[in-house]
Ligand binder design. Structure first.
Ligand code: FAD
Length: 285
């Protein structure tokens, strides 16, 4: 029997840049659709740089009969830009969004008309009422620009108070950081579902780069082991799978509302995790 059928599982993609990437993502989607996720989300480049590609990917997902949730980042945008994107999404029948501030690409002069994600959430509610289910980002290990963990949680609260329904976290490999974050939220009256974001370990240098940029910690013992494998990609993936599988098992056993997988447009690691965790009977490895 599949386990944890009461949880919400979702998979994240980025919009491909090339025709080859588009074809590859179609195959990945086909394989992951067999796992019946609640939704597929598609990232959005800050300043609208991927607007058309995000929309194109989202529409393909919808046409295949799945729920698609575009990400929408507001930094570098005007109200008019965001209004027109929301209108386009509403017209296309999209009902689920991941609302973010985003990060300004270096060299960009104007921050636009939104400073923080809570302003975007308020704007979406003002413009579209309850049409969208809005997800926001949460940072169990603290967003790198936060002055303190307390500021981070109080800024997270602003997004929930502005009308967000639930949250997806930045990835982490230390489950205690997540439990602590959820406890702290509870103490200040935030009970919205906070779904852990799960990053499978595909490749050490890529993971180290992402982690440095977004402030997610790779615990020392994991980093040391991964470094010691050098170019031995099979050992990296085998060890990475063990680490991530234990993390997911721990989180699921402790009652997380679901898991959101950062797939990096690849199916295999998620499929193997799915099978090993006994999440569904219809996955093939
Ligand atoms: P915010 O919630 O606005 O927080 C940003 C910083 O400002 C934090 O340090 C916070 O403490 C502080 N802050 C927030 N509100 C206030 C306030 N009112 N006053 C003062 N300080 C405040 N990026 C993309 O470009 N595209 C994507 O598709 C994308 N998808 C993501 C999906 C997930 C699940 C996650 C976790 C991140 C994603 N990101 C994406 C990255 C995200 O845009 C960055 O982490 C960005 O730096 C912060 O975005 P945010 O929405 O969390 O910002």
């Amino acid at each position: 029997m599949p386990r944890y059928t009461d949880r919400i599982f979702s998979f994240e993609f980025f919009p491909p840049q090339t025709q080859e990437g588009v074809e590859k993502l179609r195959m990945t989607r086909h394989e992951l659709a067999a796992l019946n996720p609640r939704f597929f989300s598609v990232t959005f480049g800050a300043g609208g740089s991927t607007r058309e590609r995000t929309l194109g990917t989202v529409l393909e997902i919808q046409a295949e009969g799945h729920v698609a949730a575009p990400h929408l980042s507001c930094i570098g945008s005007t109200r008019e830009n965001i209004r027109s994107i929301l209108k386009q999404y509403q017209e296309k029948g999209i009902t689920h969004l991941v609302a973010l501030r985003g990060d300004l690409p270096s060299g960009t002069a104007s921050a636009g008309e939104f400073r923080y994600a809570n302003e975007l959430v308020s704007f979406i509610r003002e413009e579209t009422g309850k049409h969208f289910h809005i997800e926001v980002a949460a940072y169990p290990e603290c967003h790198p620009q936060s002055a303190s963990p307390r500021d981070d949680i109080s800024n997270f609260r602003k997004k929930i108070e502005a009308g967000a329904d639930s949250a997806i976290t930045q990835y982490f490999y230390n489950a205690d950081a997540y439990y602590h974050f959820v406890d702290e939220c509870g103490k200040i009256g935030i009970f919205a579902p906070i779904v852990p974001g799960i990053m499978p370990i595909y490749n050490f240098s890529q993971l180290a780069r992402f982690s440095d940029a977004c402030g997610a910690e790779i615990p020392r013992w994991i980093r040391k082991k991964l470094e010691a494998y050098h170019d031995d990609i099979d050992s990296i993936r085998k060890f990475g799978l063990e680490v991530v599988e234990n993390l997911c098992e721990n989180l699921l056993e402790n009652g997380v509302p679901g898991l959101h997988f950062y797939t990096l447009n690849q199916a295999q690691a998620v499929k193997t995790l799915w099978k090993n965790l006994g999440l569904s009977s219809n996955s093939e490895s």
